[in-house]
Ligand binder design. Structure first.
Ligand code: ARG
Length: 685
């Protein structure tokens, strides 16, 4: 931060625009589009948010876009069946009419951003209490968003806090809801290296999928209809197959989710002990149980592979983060900064008193509520997100059972049917038993949900007996019995008095109790963070600060940089791994042959993945990587093991962003999918 910058140019085709990119000597920072130099409008138009969790980039005038395979994984799974296993075998739409709609998906394209800080500040003058301040801001924000959205499902607006709550911006998006799958590589190559290689460099995976946005005949966002046609756009990217070399400037653009770069040493400790450790422990159990079942049955393998990958991804993230917190001494470093800050405060203690007070508030809230914080993590991980059936019952609590019929049938279609499609009751019952045992061991008695009393009184203290009863007697035991209950005249009694519902309810009560316990100190902490940020700015008037990630559009400037030395992989690395005979590197002969053919007639290797020091995080998955001419050279999909504490503190030495090379993507389109239709569309030839 606060370093010297040089100038670079970026282009996008369609309409070639020059972008004065500021080449950062340090790559840290997730900048808003118009910070550190304005980002031309076309960049904002080609970079989209994919299904509220990932990023993507538009490749053609017909709305074809790229995102990561792991972002589209659940969609591909939901389209798969044993006879058409697109997950395992991959999918390619031969013609436009073969592209498959995925109703759950959406793509958001940014329309504009507008600052609302002055408005929020003047509405909250003199308000000391953070809860009241937030409530006022929230209600102003909600009414602004409501007036923009009207009743349209195709416009969405959010008012988001930036810079630790010191500034507010309105973000308005158009929402496309007819999204169709165009190409998805076979799982073995898209996720080559599986969970072993996840969060690691070097990497050899083709983590991409191609989808297309469809719009109404008048080219407006729409729900699926057979009358819809590919969205026509004026802005799309030009790809470059020229590659890159060490030190080349690259820019990523996308929608990073959450970072906590301004966290204090005490918060780092709390994340490590009260969040990551419970998550690691619970998920290790859960993933072990799922894995055994998946290894024993191909159909369970298919049903659970995407759930497994999602759960394992954040498990490994927490594990890696805790390791890096220790090895990179993150808390110690933050403590050093805090001491320097306090010294600065003491030099003018009268004026700077509020800053000391803010720091102490943050410390106090992190330290004194550790027990509740930890209990909340165990309860959330093991009981709310542990057994799947509890999640379904939880969703019922927000449904009006006597409400209009349409809402109920939508609930059945969106929640119940997909739930049972990939559900194994016996597996879930075993999991719930383990989760109940674990919570009993780890959570202080005063924070156990009331269901433990019932286990003691009615089941002689036997968790297995309780769980068996639950799964034998609940209407949630099958789709059939649940749908029957929904048609019953006595629907409330059937649902609300159901043992699974009752269990979920007792967990929910506890959850709210714990949140209430934590909330007063949480508001103190938020206020502390807000004031502290201002203090840091005052202390470092020459530095430029960026805002933590918050799922809004950000760019990051970096350079292609090795770790430790190598900065790209080729088919040779892939084949070398394949020779180890590890299951995660297995390729069917026809797939293996693809790679063995490379370089047979000439000596050119195929570049698969590469790395740079751009500052990205979860949510950036599927972010375009642009070279200094504004051409697309890759697609970001991961970070490396040595930089896993990056969300708490950026590490310029060891932290890297991992990308799929566009040349690898084109190779798959050409040599695996044999689709000249798609190849020509991407390369505009
Ligand atoms: N770590 C990647 C991310 O969070 C996800 C990679 C998915 N691959 C996998 N093997 N689970 O963006």
């Amino acid at each position: 931060m606060g370093v010297a910058y040089g100038l670079k140019r970026f282009y996008i085709t369609g309409i070639c625009v020059a972008l004065f990119i500021i080449k950062a000597a340090a790559s840290e920072g997730m900048w808003m589009p118009d910070e550190k130099g304005n980002l031309p409008a076309s960049y904002k138009k080609v970079t989209v948010m994919f299904s509220d969790m990932c990023s993507g980039v538009i490749l053609s005038s017909d709305g074809l876009f790229l995102t990561n395979h792991h972002c589209a994984l659940e969609a591909v799974r939901s389209l798969s069946s044993p006879s058409n296993n697109y997950l395992k075998d991959g999918f390619v739409a031969k013609l436009g009419k073969d592209e498959i709609p995925v109703p759950e998906l959406n793509v958001k394209r940014l329309l504009y951003i507008q600052e609302l800080t002055d408005k929020m500040d003047s509405a909250t003058v003199g308000i000391e209490d953070e809860y009241s301040r937030n409530s006022i801001i929230e209600s102003i924000g909600r009414s602004i968003c409501n007036s923009i959205e009207g009743n349209s499902p195709f416009i969405t607006a959010t008012v988001v806090p930036y810079y630790e709550g010191n500034r507010y911006f309105l973000n308005v998006y158009e929402v496309f809801r007819d999204i169709r799958l165009v190409l998805s590589p076979p799982h073995a190559i898209a996720s080559f290296g599986g969970e072993t290689d996840n969060w690691m460099w070097p990497r050899c995976s083709a983590d991409f999928a191609l989808l297309r946005i469809y719009a109404s005949p008048s080219n407006e966002p729409a729900y699926f209809s057979s009358k819809n046609r590919p969205l026509h756009v004026d802005d799309y990217v030009r790809v470059s197959t020229e590659g890159y070399t060490l030190g080349d400037s690259v820019m990523t653009l996308g929608f990073p989710g959450t970072t906590q770069r301004y966290s204090t040493s005490w918060e780092v400790e709390a994340i490590k002990l009260c969040e990551n450790i419970p998550r690691i422990e619970v998920r290790e159990k859960k993933l072990g149980i799922w894995k055994d079942a998946m290894d024993n049955s191909p159909s369970t393998q298919m049903a659970y592979s995407s759930k497994y990958a999602v759960s394992s991804n954040f498990y490994k993230y927490s594990l890696g983060m805790n390791r890096c917190i220790d090895s990179l001494k993150i808390a110690e470093r933050k403590r050093k900064d805090e001491n320097a800050f306090l010294n600065w405060v003491n030099r003018d203690s009268i004026h700077r008193y509020p800053y000391r007070d803010a720091l102490m508030k943050v410390k106090q809230s992190a330290v004194e509520k550790a027990e509740e914080h930890k209990a909340l993590s165990y309860v959330t991980e093991a009981l709310i997100e542990g057994s799947e059936i509890v999640g379904l019952a939880w969703a019922f609590m927000d449904l009006d059972l006597r409400g209009d019929k349409e809402a109920r049938s939508r609930f059945t279609k969106d929640k119940i049917v997909p739930f049972y499609k990939g559900y194994r009751k016996d597996l879930d019952a075993s999991l719930l038993k383990e989760m109940l045992f674990l919570v009993q061991e780890r959570v202080p008695e005063k924070y156990l949900p009331s269901v433990y009393d019932s286990i003691r009184i009615n089941y002689g203290g036997s968790i297995p007996a309780y769980v068996e009863h639950l799964f034998d007697h609940s209407v949630f035991r099958s789709e059939k019995s649940l749908r029957k209950a929904l048609r019953d005249r006595n629907i409330e009694r059937k649902i609300v008095h159901d043992p699974v519902y009752d269990f979920a309810f007792s967990v929910r009560m506890l959850y709210y109790d714990l949140l209430a316990e934590l909330s007063s100190s949480e508001y103190d902490r938020m206020k502390g963070k807000r004031v502290l940020f201002e203090g840091k700015k005052e202390m470092n008037p020459d530095s430029v600060f960026y805002s933590n990630a918050n799922f809004t559009m950000r760019k990051s400037y970096g350079t292609v940089k090795g770790f430790p030395d190598n900065f790209y992989t080729t088919q040779k690395d892939l084949l070398e791994r394949n020779r180890t005979m590890k299951k995660e590197y297995f390729l069917e002969p026809s797939l293996k042959n693809l790679y063995e053919q490379i370089g047979q007639n000439d000596s050119t290797d195929l570049n698969l993945c590469f790395i740079s020091d751009n500052d990205i995080t979860g949510g950036n998955s599927g972010s375009p990587v642009f070279n200094s001419s504004g051409e697309l050279i890759g697609l970001a999909f991961d970070g490396n093991w040595e930089g896993m504490s990056g969300d708490l503190s950026f590490d310029p030495v060891g932290q890297r962003a991992i990308h799929v090379d566009i040349r690898y993507i084109l190779f798959i389109v050409k040599n695996w999918a044999h689709s000249s239709r798609i190849y020509r569309e991407i390369t505009h030839h």
